[in-house]
Design a protein around this ligand. Sequence first.
Ligand code: IDP
Ligand code: MG
Length: 150
Amino acid sequence: MERTFVMVKPDGVQRGLAGEIISRLERKGLKLVAMKMLRISKELAEEHYAEHKAKPFFSSLVAYITSAPVVAMVVEGKNAVKVVRKLVGATNPAEAEPGTIRGDFGLDLGRNVVHASDSIASAEREIKLFFREEEILSYRRENDVWVYEK
Ligand code: IDP
Ligand code: MG
């Protein structure tokens, strides 16, 4: 099974959308295997968004993501990376399709409510940044026979 990293950003937590976002992941059939609430440090933010270091919005992005607590998760499922990116929607909430998290809950590029890994390699890197191996749970879900054909 594939794993991806999902995070309710500070605006999502402040606006009381953490439960709604977790609920959408659960309803899709995805399995939560790790979750924590934390206030991201400047160092962790810079590492997490390292690919954007040279971008003009980098310092405001770091300020945003460290401004208040976030809810970080590891989510597991068939094609989890791609499926979660679809649920999350386009980066700019103004362009994200209705029905997606960003399409339903955001208006501004700099306040787009949620993060999700964009590839399997990013997922592995981001999961390691936020979780120790022992914080990721391995457990059986009895209703998986109703989620997966095999
Ligand atoms: P993603 O979150 O959809 O993967 P990325 O291009 O990886 O999008 O950008 C990371 C985050 O940086 C975005 O989610 C958004 O919060 C922020 N961001 C991206 N582009 C801009 C911009 O042009 N202005 C302000 N913030 C931006
Ligand atoms: Mg990205």
